[in-house]
Unconditional design. Structure first.
Length: 202
């Protein structure tokens, strides 16, 4: 079997992204993932900022408490290696109990694009940051931010992906709804954080 045919078969086997909404220049899509009840989410937008400015906000991990909606705590637990960080996050969400998570974050450059990706750390690392009282730990939590320069590097095309299952008895339709409703606010918060850093001369 030729490599081109094999790649085509793999692409056909993957669930397709389906348009799910748009607002204020942000477009988002969802798709099913095998073995997971909730949908995977992807969103894109063109931001009025350079990739370096957006990257500075995204890699200020402990600053996510101020810049990322619903984030109640963000703590760097360990620097595993250059560009690799173990990060503790806690979210306060409507209706349901707080969620927390340990994620392994990787910073990379791929074909001229800045990529910040993460996945839930294995349970063997729970001892580094035990579950906080009253919270439910996320075991499925992965995604990425991808930054591509546009217009000579003066603007940034941003792609955001997220697959997160909240655990507990939360209905999947509720999770899907909350995740998509939060997309425009997430991008707005990112743009505001860039503007705040500019105003501060950073």
């Amino acid at each position: 079997m030729g490599a081109g045919l094999l790649l085509s078969l793999v692409l056909l086997a993957e669930p397709r992204w389906e348009p799910a909404g748009h607002s204020a220049g942000v477009h988002w899509y969802t798709r099913a993932r095998e073995g997971v009840a909730v949908h995977e989410l992807k969103a894109t937008a063109l931001l009025e900022a350079t990739p370096a400015e957006v990257w500075a906000v995204l890699t200020d991990f402990e600053g996510w408490v101020k810049t990322m909606p619903s984030t109640d705590a963000a703590v760097v637990v360990a620097r595993d290696a250059p560009g690799r960080t173990l990060l503790y996050l806690r979210y306060v969400l409507p209706v349901i109990a707080p969620r927390d998570t340990l994620v392994e974050v990787t910073e990379s450059v791929e074909a001229g694009r800045l990529v910040l990706s993460w996945k839930a750390a294995p349970e063997s690392r729970d001892a580094t940051r035990p579950v906080t009282a009253g919270a439910v730990r996320l075991r499925i939590n992965e995604g990425l931010w991808q930054l591509e320069p546009r217009e000579g590097g003066t603007r940034t095309f941003v792609t955001y992906q997220l697959l997160s299952a909240p655990g507990g008895e939360v209905p999947p339709f509720f999770v899907n709804r909350v995740n998509t409703l939060g997309v425009p606010q997430t991008f707005e918060a990112l743009q505001r954080a860039v503007q705040t850093r500019r105003a501060a001369g950073k």
